[in-house]
Write a protein that binds this ligand. Structure first.
Ligand code: ADP
Length: 152
């Protein structure tokens, strides 16, 4: 059976940390669907369309990776695309605290979908989209923090 994981997130913008999690995920899953969500609580710098286009460019040579917009419950979306797994990245204990409650809620909502956590490498564990947005806003060199070739 093909193993498909949904990697949901805001990706505003995609960082080297996200990129690494997808590459690691590809060693476990046949297919990774990157779900670009519109989180109502977050005001984004880039539109969903811009974020999708950036991520598609980054993964253009990875046929097992696709990028889609999504709204609504993550588990419902997983069902609609045939994903049995939710992939999430962990940078720290703080991430874990937050992620654990989401994973428990998702498990309650649909017991058939498993959340899989992958740890970021120490060199990427301090990278966040928030930091990248701050660097961009202050005309800094963001290229060190985003996947190779990504122009913002
Ligand atoms: P969300 O709004 O859902 O938190 P993000 O785009 O901020 O979306 O993050 C998506 C996923 O990527 C989350 O699981 C987050 O913990 C993970 N992530 C973010 N930055 C990194 C990083 N530097 N290394 C590993 N995982 C990361």
């Amino acid at each position: 059976m093909e193993k498909t994981a949904l990697f949901p997130g805001s990706f505003d913008p995609i960082t080297k940390g996200h990129f690494e999690i997808v590459l690691k995920g590809l060693t476990l899953f046949d297919r990774i669907v990157i779900g670009v969500g519109s989180n109502s609580a977050k005001k984004t710098l880039y539109s969903v369309e811009q974020r999708i286009k950036m991520i598609q460019d980054v993964f253009k040579n990875y046929p097992a990776v696709s990028v889609v917009p999504y709204t609504g419950l993550t588990v419902t979306f997983c069902k609609s695309i045939g994903a049995g797994f939710i992939l999430r990245g962990l940078r720290s204990g703080l991430d874990f605290e937050y992620e654990q409650s989401i994973a428990f809620a998702n498990k309650e909502l649909d017991g058939s979908i498993e959340t899989v956590f992958l740890l970021s490498s120490p060199s990427y564990s301090n990278i966040s989209s928030t930091i990248v947005r701050d660097i961009i806003a202050n005309d800094g060199d963001y290229t060190k923090f985003v996947p190779p070739g990504l122009v913002l």
